[in-house]
Design a protein. Structure first.
Length: 116
C-alpha cells in the first residue's frame, strides 16, 4: 500500500512530467497559421494562393523557413531590404501579422523534382 506522503510525492512527480511534456510540444512562437492564411489574401495577387508566384517578378515564398520569412518581412518593413512594392506592403504589417504570415507560408509543403 502507498502511504499518503508517498502518494503525494507521486502526484507531484506526475504534474512535473506533464508540465515538461507540454513545454516540449509547445512551439517557441505562438504564431497563428490560420490568421496568417487570412492575412495572406493581400499577398495572393503576386505570390499566388499558396505562395507560388503568379508574377514573373515575384518570388515563390511557400515553404521558406519561418525565421527567414520573418526576418525578410521585418527587413522590408524597416527598409533594410529595399524593394518599392514590398516596402509599401510590409509597412502595413504588425509584428503579429509578420509572425502569422511566416507561420502560414512556412507551413506550406513544397516538393522539388530534379530536372531531367
Ligand atoms: C504587388 C505584388 C506583391 C504583393 C501584393 C506582395 N508581394 Fe512580396 N514580393 C513581391 C516582389 C516583386 C518581391 C521581390 C522583391 C525583391 O526583389 O526584393 C517580393 C518579395 C517577397 C519576399 C522575399 C522572398 C525572398 O525570397 O526573399 C517575401 C517574404 C514576401 N514578398 C512576402 C510577401 C507577403 C507576406 C505579402 C503579403 C502581406 C506580399 N509579399 C505581398 C511582390 C509582392
Amino acid at each position: 500500500m502507498i502511504r499518503p506522503r508517498k502518494a503525494l510525492h507521486h502526484t507531484r512527480l506526475a504534474i512535473w512530467l506533464a508540465a515538461l511534456a507540454l513545454l516540449a510540444v509547445t512551439p517557441a512562437s505562438a504564431a497563428d497559421i490560420e490568421a496568417g492564411r487570412a492575412k495572406s489574401q493581400m499577398c495572393m495577387v503576386c505570390h499566388g494562393q499558396l505562395g507560388l508566384s503568379v508574377r514573373p517578378d515575384a518570388p515563390n515564398i511557400a515553404g521558406h523557413p519561418e525565421i527567414y520569412l520573418r526576418s525578410k518581412l521585418r527587413d522590408y518593413r524597416s527598409g533594410t531590404r529595399h524593394n518599392e512594392i514590398m516596402n509599401v506592403i510590409a509597412k502595413g504589417l504588425s509584428d503579429e501579422d509578420i509572425a502569422n504570415l511566416a507561420a502560414w507560408y512556412s507551413a506550406i509543403r513544397v516538393e522539388a523534382t530534379a530536372p531531367r
